[in-house]
Design a protein around this ligand. Structure first.
Ligand code: HEC
Ligand code: HEC
Ligand code: HEC
Length: 455
């Protein structure tokens, strides 16, 4: 009897080991990033590691391991790939359809899992003994994240600080002061709206943190919009504009509200007709833009003004070495913010604005909230790609204390509640009341100054 048992155990052992052993003899590597090309040797090395050890779960359809067609394994792998790509799709990041830089969020997330040693997942390593990241791999991926980040950082951020996940705002911005002055006037000019009642500043009040502090904005004739108005402060540092990224930059963005029936309900021809009657403004405009009033010049001036809406504050001082710029609680909050993975998505100089992320990564936010509308679809509205559903541009957390209500759907005006929601749905964890309070205190250190005045 004992012998039989021992025999069975050995048999089971052999069976259990045969797959990992097979994987060792015939290593599985996804071929997802084989076509990746770059002039930068560090990026090529990083891509090779990601291709061999990561992309199988972090991209769609990059080939499965040999056991991938077995019934249970197939489902488990499908789940891994679904969760993996929801977090980060390395093929989309490194080989995008249209050329674009790799997102600072993907870099931050990669650096974070390397540091924690959490990837590849344990259950996968049990089958693929040779796929753990070795010391060289870790060094390469970390260096790649830091160097790539520095290369892509906005100009004006000190070189050493540009390698960090969270960065200070640039000290100076390169703008044409004459254009800024015109853009400032246009931004505050109600004549850009149909009935001369609404200016950009109506919904983006610089005295209210660059927002209207309303759940949903009111446009011409009291028309109510369907999505919360984000701040215009520091928006120049976003990789794209609008929650769904339908405008590539600030100039493209500025065309939207003027023509939007629920906002300014007008157009540039109407605005031109009105402004032309203003001899003083017209002369000033023509002096800067010799070809006079036209859409490209209007949006150019507005965008130039918006580039100056930069609000450095205590957090920037802290990042530049002033230990006393943050209180003990704020520093504790910052540590929680990083350890909980908040900084993986809320990264860069404005703690956000660097990527689209799935709202409800760890729990279905929209199922819990109910009543799903078009405004909830996020990036999907632009691309119509199923995996873009509910992916929203990560909002900046700069001046967050001033910009309630929160979230695209304005579901709360309580910053502590917003932090709890994020921990639950985006980080898959729960923070204690004290931890939440400390994170909120840290977020308050993100309130900055504009033109030398605290906001
Ligand atoms: C077997 C499939 C699999 C492999 C291989 C794998 N991952 Fe993952 N990865 C996942 C899954 C599943 C998740 C989601 C985990 C969760 O949310 O709890 C994930 C999450 C992540 C995240 C987001 C985590 C966060 O905290 O933001 C990153 C970044 C990541 N993986 C990077 C990597 C890298 C780098 C490698 C290669 C060294 C790798 N993964 C290999 C399945 C995989
Ligand atoms: C009636 C209110 C209203 C008016 C007027 C308005 N906006 Fe907005 N603005 C919004 C809303 C709401 C959004 C978010 C819409 C979306 O993402 O779909 C937005 C988005 C933006 C964004 C993108 C910010 C981000 O984080 O993506 C910028 C920049 C901006 N507006 C600038 C302007 C400028 C410049 C004008 C004037 C030409 C203007 N807005 C007029 C309500 C308004
Ligand atoms: C996986 C990416 C991701 C992670 C991790 C994440 N966030 Fe967010 N965060 C988002 C997205 C996307 C939104 C916009 C959600 C919406 O409007 O529905 C957001 C919105 C917010 C807002 C509201 C901003 C506003 O202007 O309305 C706050 C505050 C916030 N996050 C804080 C945090 C904190 C604190 C953590 C960590 C506990 C965290 N986030 C983790 C992606 C993330």
């Amino acid at each position: 009897m004992k012998k039989k048992l021992a025999f069975a155990v050995i048999l089971l052992g052999i069976a259990g080991l045969s797959l990992p052993a097979y994987n060792l003899l015939v290593p599985y590597t996804s071929n997802a990033l084989q076509q990746y090309k770059s002039d930068d040797p560090l990026s090529v090395r990083a891509a090779a590691i990601l291709s061999e050890k990561c992309a199988g779960c972090h991209s769609q359809g990059s080939g499965l391991p040999v056991y991938g067609s077995l019934p249970v394994a197939k489902q488990l792998l499908a789940l891994d790939i679904s969760m993996g790509t929801k977090n980060v799709d390395y093929v989309k990041e490194l080989m995008p359809e249209k050329p674009q830089p790799i997102s600072a969020a993907a870099l931050a997330k990669t650096e974070s899992v390397v540091e924690k040693g959490s990837m590849p997942p344990g259950h996968y390593l049990a089958m693929h003994w040779n796929h753990a990241l070795n010391a060289d791999d870790k060094k390469t991926l970390t260096e790649w994240a830091r160097e790539t980040r520095a290369k892509q950082a906005p100009v004006g951020i000190p070189a050493e600080l540009a390698k960090e996940v969270l960065q200070p705002l640039p000290d100076t911005v390169n703008v044409d002061p004459a254009k800024v002055a015109l853009g400032d006037k246009l931004f505050h000019d109600v004549r850009l709206s149909k009935d001369n009642t609404v200016a950009c500043a109506t919904c983006h009040d610089l005295k209210k943190g660059g927002t209207d502090q309303l759940p949903f904005s009111k446009g011409v004739g009291g028309a109510v919009g369907g999505i919360n108005a984000p701040t215009v402060f520091n928006s120049a540092f976003q990789f794209i504009q609008f929650w769904d990224g339908r405008a590539a930059d600030l100039a493209a963005q500025a065309d939207g509200p003027v023509n939007n029936p629920a906002e300014m309900a007008s157009n540039w021809d109407e605005a031109t007709a009105k402004l032309s009657q203003d001899a003083e403004f017209t002369a000033a405009f023509n002096a800067v833009y010799p070809d006079g009033y036209k859409k490209d010049n209007f949006v150019n001036a507005i965008a130039e003004f918006e580039k100056t809406l930069v609000t450095p504050g205590p957090f920037d001082k802290y990042l530049k070495g002033d230990e006393n710029a943050l209180t003990a609680d704020q520093k504790a909050g910052l540590k929680i913010f990083k350890d909980t993975g908040c900084a993986n998505c809320h990264c860069g100089p404005i703690l956000g604005g660097q990527s689209f992320e799935l709202m409800g990564l760890h729990k279905d936010y929209f199922a819990d909230r109910g009543n799903v509308k078009d405004a909830d679809l996020g990036r999907f509205s632009v691309t119509k790609v199923e995996s873009d559903k509910h992916r929203l541009k990560v909002p900046t957390l700069r001046n967050i204390k001033l910009t309630a209500p929160y979230f695209h759907d304005s579901t709360t005006s309580d910053l502590a509640k917003a932090v709890e929601t994020m921990a639950k749905y985006q980080s898959g964890t729960t923070l204690s009341t004290e931890q939440v309070a400390q994170v909120v205190q840290f977020l308050e250190a993100l309130t900055g100054e504009f033109r030398g005045q605290k906001l």
